[in-house]
Structure formats: structure tokens, C-alpha cells
Design a protein around this ligand. Structure first.
Ligand code: SF4
Length: 91
């Protein structure tokens, strides 16, 4: 299980993340958000996850094999607005 956090204050809408992981999409404010349904070809056993949004962050928790995609998106972000971390011990 892993958690993907977008810092909405740090995000500047460059959208380098979108091309690395299709779960990243542009929201109405021109800032990145997470939408698991936006992946046009989700792999088998992909998890829609749990998405929580507030003014400062978008947090997605997933239990599937796409952590490398999220890490690629995080590495591509020029503002370090994306954090990917392992989550242990949560259902
Ligand atoms: S790459 Fe970073 S700054 Fe650009 S849209 Fe994605 S999260 Fe925002």
C-alpha cells in the first residue's frame, strides 16, 4: 500500500506528472489532482484507491502495482509537489 500526496501550494501546473502516471489530471484550478478513473488502460488488479482532497493537499492511497508510475511522476515534478510513501498497517 502506498500514499501519493500532491502539495497544491507547491504545484504550478507544469503537468510533467500527467505523462508519467495517467491518474494525475488537471483540476478546475489548473492544479494537479488525482483521478483513478482517468487511467485509460488500468492494469489488472489496479486499485481505485481512496482520494482525500482539501485546500492544501490531494492524498491518494492505493494498494496495487503502480507505485513506480507515481514515483516517476514525483521525480518529474520540478517543484517537488508530489510525495510517494509506503503505508504499512492500514486496511
Ligand atoms: S508536475 Fe508537479 S507542478 Fe506540475 S502539475 Fe504535476 S504536481 Fe503540479
Amino acid at each position: 500500500m502506498y500514499r501519493v500526496t500532491i502539495d497544491r501550494d507547491a504545484c504550478d501546473g507544469v503537468f510533467a506528472c500527467l505523462t508519467r502516471d495517467p491518474r494525475f489530471v488537471e483540476d478546475d484550478d489548473g492544479i494537479a489532482t488525482l483521478d483513478p478513473d482517468a487511467d485509460p488502460a488500468p492494469p489488472d488488479d489496479s486499485d481505485d484507491g481512496t482520494i482525500e482532497r482539501d485546500d492544501e493537499t490531494v492524498v491518494g492511497t492505493f494498494d496495487d502495482e503502480r507505485v513506480a508510475d507515481a514515483e516517476d511522476a514525483a521525480a518529474a515534478c520540478p517543484f517537488d509537489a508530489i510525495t510517494v510513501e509506503a503505508v504499512e498497517g492500514e486496511p
